[in-house]
Design a protein around this ligand. Structure first.
Ligand SMILES: *[C@@H]1O[C@H](CO)[C@@H](O)[C@H](O)[C@H]1NC(C)=O
Ligand SMILES: *[C@@H]1O[C@H](CO)[C@@H](O)[C@H](O)[C@H]1NC(C)=O
Length: 335
């Protein structure tokens, strides 16, 4: 009898702490999350696809200011492979201003795809995913005592989402994380990393961002996150992306690579996504700007050519008419 009670208690505790196994694909994959974690099936989930022609410009959004990011103390930071992602612990001296409350940092982690695939981010902009995404997780320390307490409360958390794309050069800031991955190849391994300038993981320009109410993107999917997704992307090299895609295992032995740990975009439902800026050419990537420029140039050239041809035709016609006038009038004057 006592054994049965004990067993029931263990089951209850496991359920209460969300001990249920989950993955991204397969029988415990994202489509099955709501069965074990009901919040994952609610109507304000993350990530979302940010459709830039339907966001609302909010001139009252304050600029987001990360404090203490460039000096995260002198103590080493813990880097861990938790089987779902690589996660770096952050001290509460890192905090955000420009939000309704003061939010202090707790951890950052990444989401990515698999080698050869251009997809890997969770948020999408105009239905386009980027190669990877960085999440920096903060909690409202004015109102709550801990991350786990805040994680269940509306707006208890503030997460920064940074889309990562492949660029030409190695990003030295990301190397502070990536160069340690081989020390934590298997699930539940951890290592310590010297503190570094966390600000440099962000895109250089922070002024352009999207803001909306959403959720954790992994079970238990609590709808407690005030999201900030930056419009500008951070860049890492192809080699750096491949290191992320090829080094870690989601298992305790080398059986399953830790890849494609991103959740599909969730329905926006009645939510509004606010933007800190007015949509203009600013949201184009360099590639799009370049092709736009080339397009305009080719368009102008075609127009010029058309104008030239028409002008030539008109001139010919006018000259032809004059000639015929001269021709027909010539005999008259001679006569
Ligand atoms: C690794 O994790 C264990 C258990 O959480 C902890 O005691 C240890 O200090 C951690 N090691 C490093 C290097 O962070
Ligand atoms: C988030 O939800 C709260 C409470 O409903 C609301 O006051 C706030 O304006 C919302 N923020 C955004 C960015 O939608």
């Amino acid at each position: 009898m006592t054994l049965l009670i004990l067993l029931l208690e263990v089951i209850w505790i496991m359920a209460a702490f969300g001990g249920q196994h989950w993955t991204y694909e397969g029988p415990h994959g994202q489509h099955h999350w709501p069965a074990s974690y009901p919040e994952c099936g609610r109507n304000a989930q993350s990530p979302v696809n940010i459709q830039t022609d339907s966001v609302t410009f909010d001139p009252e959004l304050l600029p987001l200011q990360p404090h203490g990011y460039d000096q995260p103390g002198t103590r080493p930071l813990e880097l861990r492979n938790n089987g779902h992602t690589v996660q770096l612990s952050l001290p509460p001296t890192l905090h955000l201003e420009g939000l309704p409350q003061k939010y202090v940092a707790a951890q950052l982690h990444l989401h990515w795809g698999q080698k050869g695939s251009p997809k890997g981010s969770e948020h999408q902009i105009n239905s386009e995913a980027s190669a990877a995404e960085l999440h920096i997780v903060h909690y409202d320390s004015d109102t709550y005592n801990s991350l786990s307490e805040a994680a269940q409360m509306p707006q208890g958390l503030a997460v920064l989402g940074i889309l990562i794309e492949v660029g030409e050069t190695k990003n030295p800031a990301y190397e502070h994380i990536l160069s340690h991955l081989h020390e934590i190849r298997y699930k539940d391994q951890n290592t310590s990393v010297p503190p570094f300038n966390v600000r440099e993981l962000l895109p250089p320009v922070l002024a352009h961002f999207f803001r909306y109410n959403g959720s954790l993107t992994t079970p238990p999917c609590y709808q407690s996150v005030l999201w900030t997704v930056f419009s500008r992307r951070a860049q890492i090299s192809r080699e750096q992306l491949e290191k992320l895609q090829e080094t870690l295992f989601s298992t305790e032995e080398p059986s399953r690579l830790l890849v494609q740990n991103y959740r599909a975009p969730q329905p926006l439902n009645q939510r509004t996504i606010f933007a800190s800026f007015i949509q203009a050419e600013s949201s184009y990537t360099t590639g799009e700007m370049l092709s736009l420029g080339v397009g305009i140039l080719v368009g102008c050239l075609c127009l010029l050519l058309a104008v030239y041809l028409i002008a030539r035709k008109i001139r010919k016609k006018v000259l032809g008419d004059q000639k015929s006038v001269v021709f027909t009038s010539a005999p008259v004057t001679e006569a």
